[in-house]
Write a protein that binds this ligand. Structure first.
Ligand SMILES: C[S@@+](CC[C@H](N)C(=O)[O-])C[C@H]1O[C@@H](n2cnc3c(N)ncnc32)[C@H](O)[C@@H]1O
Length: 252
């Protein structure tokens, strides 16, 4: 529990949790997650792998990993409410859900072959420290796959389209892009703190921590998703997500 008070734990606030629980991805799982088709493509073959999921939430990726024959899975999350639901959704002894802030993880070296983090690291202030910890606990040639809200999306705290008089979406504003740091956003609730970083910082922090970048994606909704959810068409106008796959380079 050490250090928990330092981090915002929005997902344990009843109103926020209730709203998050109603989102498509919370009800329907990965197939409802707009970026899943791209994130899945970043993952290595998971068979026999030991996998760590940072910010596992309801545990959808943890269960997917076991379906793909991962040997063992550890899901870490700060929110007790998220973990209660994750634990209730499986009785698989191969998955362990652990309550911790990502900032506080302390796994030994060589503990995992794969580390993933889906849409969580924009809540973490020190991406460099996370990269160092992930590097340490990965086996050599191990994979790190992450997704975050895209820096074009996090640059401005408003996280909203500029609209015309009739509410028509004129354009997506990007400003204060180079000014990294906290953004007090309104997302499901007031004052949700997200940390804005540039694309260059995400990429170079990984490289400086000893990773080799193997892929960077800025996925759009698939044509099938656009048929089912026409509202998503505006998400083709600017990137919503940044996805990066990296490998622990054999030598430093
Ligand atoms: C948008 S949800 C994503 C959940 C899941 N990875 C997914 O893609 O469906 C973000 C999750 O990150 C967790 N979280 C936020 N900040 C955290 C931190 N500092 N340490 C650990 N977990 C954190 C939240 O409790 C929440 O479950």
């Amino acid at each position: 529990m050490k250090g928990h008070s330092m981090k915002q734990n929005k997902y344990d606030e009843p109103e926020f949790f209730a709203k998050y629980s109603k989102m498509g991805r919370s009800v329907g799982g990965l197939d409802e997650a707009q970026e899943w088709h791209a994130f899945r493509a970043l993952l290595p073959d998971l068979r026999s792998k030991r996998l760590l999921d940072l910010g596992c939430g309801f545990g959808w990726h943890c269960r997917y990993a076991r379906q793909q024959q991962a040997r063992s899975v550890v899901g870490v999350d700060l929110s007790e409410k998220m973990l209660v639901r994750a634990r209730a959704t499986t009785n698989d002894p191969g998955i362990e859900y652990r309550r911790s802030a990502i900032e506080d993880i302390d796994f030994p070296g060589d503990e995992f072959e794969v580390v993933i983090s889906s849409l969580t690291l924009h809540y973490v202030e020190r991406f460099d420290l996370v990269c160092q910890k992930v590097y340490r606990c990965l086996a050599v040639s191990g994979a790190f796959a992450l997704s975050v809200e895209h820096p074009m999306f996090t640059a401005l705290a408003a996280q909203q389209w500029c609209c015309g008089l009739k509410g028509d979406r004129l354009h997506w504003p990007v400003d204060q892009y180079q000014q990294e740091g906290p953004r007090h956003t309104r997302w499901l609730a007031d004052n949700v703190v997200k940390y804005h970083r540039t694309v260059a910082t995400y990429v170079n922090t990984l490289i400086d921590s000893g990773f080799r970048i193997s892929k960077l994606l800025e996925p759009e909704p698939t044509p099938e998703m656009l048929v089912e959810q026409p509202d998503l068409k505006d998400d083709c106008r600017r990137p919503t997500f940044l996805l990066i796959a990296a490998v622990k380079a054999p030598t430093r």
